[in-house]
Ligand binder design. Sequence first.
Ligand SMILES: *Cc1c(COP(=O)(O)O)cnc(C)c1O
Length: 371
Amino acid sequence: MTVRAQARVNVAAIARNVATFAAAAPGSAVCAVVKADGYGHGAVASARAALAGGATWLAVVSASEAAALREAGITEPPILVMGALSTEELDVALAARADVVVWTEGLLDAIGARGGGRVHIKLDTGMGRLGTRDPALATALARRAASIPGVDLVGAMTHFATADEPRDSFFAEQLDRFTSWLDELRRAGLNVLAHAANSAAVLRDPASHFDLVRVGVGIYGLDPFGVDPVPRGLEPALELVSWAAAVKPIAAGESVGYGRRFVAAQPGWIATVPVGYGDGWRRGLTNAAEVLIGGRRFPQVGTVSMDNVTVDLGPGTGASVGDEVVLLGTRGTERILAEDVARTLGTINYEITCGLLPRVPRVVHSDGAPV
Ligand SMILES: *Cc1c(COP(=O)(O)O)cnc(C)c1O
């Protein structure tokens, strides 16, 4: 059924991308990161696909995201809640049997007071957001966690700030700080699952793999380095597809859209496509995107409005009402990547798929085995 615009998510591609990461990090468990509704792909479908592809852990950021996965029937695998938690959110996370991240005594004791839970201690080795910068405190917290009845010390973690910048030496500094802390934990006789790597780190440096890798962006077939996923063996899993809802002639000198930001230089045809910034197709793409119709590239012209964009079909009609219009995806030899759109907008691929709003239905399909 044709609807305004839909995000078609190929779960088989997600499963294959997970398998690619599993092969890139042999000896490490794969934790699939499905925060922010699976980077816009749908959290539950993405989680199931990732588990089918070999992930044995899931990670989210909020307690409610963990609860939603459990409610959807994903009862077995550990789910790591990576974000900061208020005490109300802690209750939700623990009720969902989620693992939580700890870097203060206060949170650790709150977990103990609630009968315990599974915890991961976070050292801030340089990201500067969550975690403690003090390895001695982190070790003390791990020791305390191991001693509180009901509290299960599961992991020791950190997060890289520059994994996606291959020439930056700060990554190695963070890795050094983390490795020294792990040595300290071992000397203290504390047994933990060590994890640090995001998608870029997995592909960049096997020394970052440790026991578990936390892969997000790459499992959706988005390039962790923001260039092109395909040469890295990753397949984009999401297509954004709409349709030509109107095809009209335009005379030279006539304009389309708010502010008349496109004026036809010669007679031609314009297709109106019912997708706009109210769907997450950003207004910054005004006169700055292309679409695929019938496997051919056409420029999107005029202002992106809340509910529509317009496409310059040129002097031939080139398209008819009802034709498929691809905003993200591949047809024949032509493709439009989230990375291309991100570059135009001065942002990263993550924000393009995360930014698709709830008005865009996610339609799950599989080109392979059902997952
Ligand atoms: C989002 C996130 C990840 C996954 O990062 P990607 O770059 O998407 O692979 C890993 N760890 C933490 C703490 C995160 O917040």
